[in-house]
Ligand binder design. Sequence first.
Ligand SMILES: Nc1nc2c(ncn2[C@@H]2O[C@H](COP(=O)(O)OP(=O)(O)O)[C@@H](O)[C@H]2O)c(=O)[nH]1
Ligand SMILES: [Mg+2]
Length: 410
Amino acid sequence: MDGLHESLRVTPPRCSRGIWSSEVVRKSGGSAPRDGEDVRPKDNTSKKDETIGAFQKLPMVMPAVDILASALRKAKKVSPTKGIVNIAKRERNRGAKQLDALMKELVVPLRGYMENFPKRWTLHPYERSLIELTFGEGIYEEALKKVDSLRKKITRVGKEHASLCAQSSLKREAEERLNEGMKRLEEVFQEDRNAIEDLLHITKALRAMPVVDPETPTLSLVGAPNVGKSSLVRILSSGKPEVCNYPFTTRGILMGHIMLNYERFQVTDTPGLLRRHDDDRNNLEKLTLAVLTHLPTAVLYVHDLTGECGMSPSDQLIIYKEIKERFKDHFWLDVVSKCDLLQNSRGTYADNDELERYKRFGPDEALHVSVKNQVGIDELKVRVQELLQLQMERIKSQKCNEENHLTASV
Ligand SMILES: Nc1nc2c(ncn2[C@@H]2O[C@H](COP(=O)(O)OP(=O)(O)O)[C@@H](O)[C@H]2O)c(=O)[nH]1
Ligand SMILES: [Mg+2]
């Protein structure tokens, strides 16, 4: 099995609905386009890549075996042009028409995929990230390229054989050339049918991806693993949160909703971040960074100072400072979790040493909460509501600016 096929054997996600999807965070600049890759036009001013939802609009890909069976069935039904009296002429006319029909029936769906699968540059950056996290870099484009090569090959072989058949001088010769042509087209299609199967796998995985709605204000819980993010999502959600699965992980992500004054907000956990360089991060961590990079989400950063989560406070402080600096434009709230396990964390102890202060109190202004004994939860809910209201106003004003911008440019 080659790399492409291995990359495509993904486990379909268990849940197909949710909120948001994801992307590999890449440094700007990117890599040079590969041979045959679609290159974004230089003067492109389209706003296409500002919207999310392309995965749900992907064309349905028919399994290769069905495309072939249907094409053969339709081609065999094609009859010669009426009025040809000469038997040899009629037979070569029938043969050429059937081969042409078979070629077209095989090629039409493939052309449809080429036209209707979005080019990478038209996708929202978050969706581009999801594609890379799910299949690996360049695999999506590669799969489309292979389908296009198959389309070209079928067209060439089909035309060759139809023309050969049309040149037959005897009835038997025309029949033989028809059979040969049919066989050859079938062979060519079968040889490269993996291209279609790969595209089918890609479509299934992308269609099943949790759906992101960037216009619904969202609160993302961020922090190291086991600090209590999911527990807080459960307590903040109005109903039971939904488990969303991404094809590149078996661990679900919790997605809940908060209803406030008839407005609907989203609250979700994110995969835990570890202390390491971006290049060493796994797909789960990359998903968290993609969310923060590309989605307009407010952040509830969770700190566990109890030692329970398995990561020392000093490591948590290092990651926290990095993430805070990187995503400082997000609305933000810091929470110290599991305070039922902390002693005197609310004390008046002051220390000039940043780490010592962090170990006792967390970041300045952090809210101390416990899911276990409900300490701080009411205040947390109020603060979360304020954050989401701010987030909603920001989304509305950005939308308004975009609309004004569009009106002005018409
Ligand atoms: N004592 C205590 N344990 C908690 C609290 N919140 C979460 N935990 C526990 O911490 C562990 C990790 O919690 P979880 O919400 O799964 O963390 P996540 O990995 O950040 O989502 C679980 O065993 C929880 O029961 C809390 O307020 N107090
Ligand atoms: Mg969790």
